[in-house]
Design a protein around this ligand. Structure first.
Ligand code: HEC
Length: 145
């Protein structure tokens, strides 16, 4: 067999191996530390079809594997009503669009997801405040010098 042929065969053998590895990596683990009902739905435990984390990452940051954008400040930026509409009807067009979940979620469940997304904002703003405090310390130090 020629070198080139071997390379081509190796390439095609490696594809299923890579796909299997990627699927294993993206699989979610058992829901032990889930505290929020919205998080439970978000991570796809209620219905694997409604797995926001698959596209937006476990913490809403987006993932390098998927097309979903960072949605951590979506509610703040766009308002709760718009985000509710995206969840129900989807967003965008073509291959990279987000599907709507109107037929898979109850009003209460959508509300729980929105609550969970608001929780991120709280965590983010806590971190933000800490950074501001640190910055204040720096300016203070600079002034003292
Ligand atoms: C199949 C992948 C996929 C899944 C599953 C998915 N999304 Fe998305 N989502 C996207 C993509 C892609 C966009 C960007 C669409 C565009 O603007 O073109 C998006 C956009 C959004 C936005 C708007 C971001 C912004 O500020 O513009 C929000 C909010 C959002 N998704 C929340 C969710 C929630 C909550 C779920 C679960 C119920 C979910 N998504 C499930 C792919 C996905």
């Amino acid at each position: 067999m020629q070198k080139k042929q071997k390379k081509v065969i190796a390439f095609f053998i490696s594809i299923p191996v890579i796909i299997t590895l990627l699927t294993m990596m993206s699989q979610t683990t058992a829901p032990e530390d889930i505290k929020h009902p919205g998080q439970y739905i978000y991570l796809g435990y209620k219905d694997p079809d409604v797995n926001c984390a698959r596209c937006h990452g476990k913490t809403g940051k987006g993932t390098w594997l998927s097309d979903g954008p960072d949605i951590r400040d979506s509610i703040k930026k766009r308002g709760r009503e718009k985000v509710r509409k995206y969840i129900l009807q989807g967003k965008g067009e073509g291959e990279d669009a987000m599907p709507g979940f109107a037929d898979k979620l109850t009003d209460e469940e959508v509300e729980q997801i929105l609550e969970y997304m608001t929780y991120w904002e709280k965590v983010d703003s806590l971190l933000q405040n800490r950074t501001n405090i640190n910055r204040k310390d720096e300016t203070h130090d600079a002034q003292r010098r």
